[in-house]
Design a protein around this ligand. Structure first.
Ligand SMILES: [Zn+2]
Length: 125
């Protein structure tokens, strides 16, 4: 017997302007909030996101907000220096990362150099 749930999730831009997900499939009865879900990008790559809140669900489909950083203190693998981290575009350690989205609308964090290029040029895959 397996406890793996079969859920497909995709990124969705919420009315608030933030990024969330639409999850479909075998949704856990206890709800999705606090769960980690694998989200498939249009490119076929997968991202793991933390479900923050379920905004709406009918039992088979759920629209959820996501948190980029888990609230629990368990997952403190490699704290990035404040304002710094790995650029999603050039994949180099940078300082002063800013929020940006790529040509598919996937949210990410990029360095000032990559932020200057048009979104249509970026790919976070
Ligand atoms: Zn960069």
């Amino acid at each position: 017997m397996t406890t793996t749930t079969t859920i497909t999730a995709s990124f969705k831009k919420l009315r608030s302007g933030e990024w969330g997900i639409t999850a479909k499939g075998n949704l856990p009865a206890a709800g999705l909030a606090g769960q980690y879900l694998r989200v498939e990008k249009k490119s076929g790559e997968t991202n793991t996101v933390y479900v923050d809140r379920v905004l709406w669900t009918d039992g088979a489909t759920a629209i959820c907000t996501i948190a980029t950083m888990p609230r629990t203190s368990e997952q403190k693998a490699s704290p990035a220096p404040s304002g710094g981290g790995i650029c999603d575009e050039c994949e180099r350690p940078r300082r002063g990362l800013v929020d940006a989205s790529d040509s598919s609308g996937i949210p990410g964090r990029v360095c000032s150099q990559c932020a200057a290029m048009p979104a249509s040029m970026r790919s976070f895959a």
